[in-house]
Design a protein around this ligand. Structure first.
Ligand code: PLP
Length: 386
């Protein structure tokens, strides 16, 4: 584990970031370099070429590792670039078990890119540990976990799933994008790899696309670094700078996201236009206890079911003003979307309904605006729809 006794609020600001030795510049400079002068052939000062390594990226990677309480971080040009790298660790013929409600892009790269290269995937309900155990076979080399999941905020037990993976000599990777290391650190629960879309809460300002992998295992990190450099989905120094700027305020932003989401979930739960609210912080959530154990707070994502038609739900998401109608999540601004018509529209209706993704389902990324403005905005949108 990462050796830093300081608390996460302090690490977020200082880990991996010392004032520049020569100039005293407080912030990590944007090292806009493709290449580096060598003192003799092969005699360099740690950097040769920026796909392989760049000082701005190094600081970001150290910062992300420290946040996850891991020893090694690697940054990518997108969350998908990071996920791709985990798949690069596998061989043709290997088998992967993943949740049946993983992020759409994850499902797509698994089935539409890597099945072609003879990797096999099984998608199961990862809250059902027997189902996961049943799906595991000799060829299983990876168990892929997301928690909380999208858009129904199901919570998966990382320690239990890591045990299933390890009993089968497989790796356990956890996509920690929704919770962030401020609320949940999967390596502490036995995961081998943590994956992130930096695009969401870690960047936090809806202005950059990025990804990361963090591990505690030197050999695994060496392999990850090999594929990071070989494939080349690496972030620009400017993108690294933006994410470093974001992670400094992660703890204060997350506190506000969580407070606002908690209050909004309770308000929606009491509202006559709403039939169900999906938020791990509610007592009624099926994995509330597990969430309380595994997470330090319940996050800023929630969804709810409008007691109405697909059209009425569409009206609500069109009429909000504080909530912007958009995909993505994790920025300071509140976003709203309708999975049945947007992020999950590609799934056939019957299948979608079976998965609990009803026509009236609305997903919200609760921002850090004032909670009263959010409630008033949703109220006027409900009034327009009913
Ligand atoms: C957005 C997201 C990704 C993909 O990240 P990009 O940065 O968009 O490539 C992966 N997993 C989860 C849970 C996400 O929300």
């Amino acid at each position: 584990m990462f050796e830093d006794e300081r608390r996460i609020e302090t690490r977020a600001i200082h880990a991996g970031q010392e004032p520049d030795e020569e100039t005293g510049a407080l912030m990590t400079p944007i090292y806009a370099n493709s290449t580096y002068a060598q003192d003799g052939p092969g005699d360099h000062r740690g950097y040769e070429y920026s796909r392989t390594g760049n000082p701005t990226r190094t600081d970001l990677e150290s910062n992300l590792a420290a946040l996850e309480n891991g020893s090694y971080g690697r940054a990518f040009s997108s969350g998908m670039g990071a996920i791709n790298t985990v798949l690069n660790l596998l061989e043709a013929g290997d088998h992967v078990v993943a949740g049946n409600d993983v992020y759409g892009g994850t499902h797509r790269i698994f089935t539409q890119v890597y099945e072609k290269y003879d990797l096999e995937f099984d998608f199961v309900d990862t809250t059902d540990h027997d189902a996961v155990r049943d799906a595991v076979r000799d060829e299983t080399e990876l168990v892929w976990v997301e928690t909380p999941t999208n858009p129904l905020m199901r919570v998966n037990d990382i320690a239990a799933l890591a045990d299933v993976a390890h009993d089968a000599d497989a790796l356990c990777a956890v996509d920690n994008t929704f919770a962030t290391p401020y609320l949940q650190r999967p390596l502490e629960h036995g995961a081998d790899i943590v994956s992130h879309s930096l695009t969401k809460y870690l960047g936090g300002h809806s202005d950059v696309i990025g990804g990361a992998l963090v591990t505690d295992d030197a050999e695994l990190d060496e392999e990850i670094a090999f594929y990071q450099n070989s494939v080349g989905a690496t972030p620009s120094p400017f993108d690294c700078f933006l994410v470093l700027r974001g992670t400094k305020t992660l703890p204060v932003r997350m506190d506000r996201h969580c407070d606002n989401a908690r209050e909004l979930a309770a308000w929606l739960d009491d509202h006559e236009a709403v039939s169900e609210v999906f938020y791990p912080g509610l007592d009624s959530h099926p994995q509330h206890e597990l969430a309380a154990e595994q997470m330090d707070d319940f996050g800023g994502m929630l969804s709810f079911e409008l007691d109405g038609t697909l059209e009425q739900a569409s009206t609500v998401v069109e009429e909000t003003e504080v909530f912007t109608l958009a995909e993505s999540l994790g920025g300071v601004e509140s976003l709203i979307e309708q999975p049945a018509a947007m992020t999950h529209a590609a799934i056939p209706r019957e299948e979608r309904l079976e998965a609990g993704l009803t026509d009236g389902l609305i997903r919200v990324s609760v921002g850090i605006e004032h909670i009263d403005d959010m409630k008033a905005d949703l109220q006027q949108a409900f009034s327009a729809a009913f």
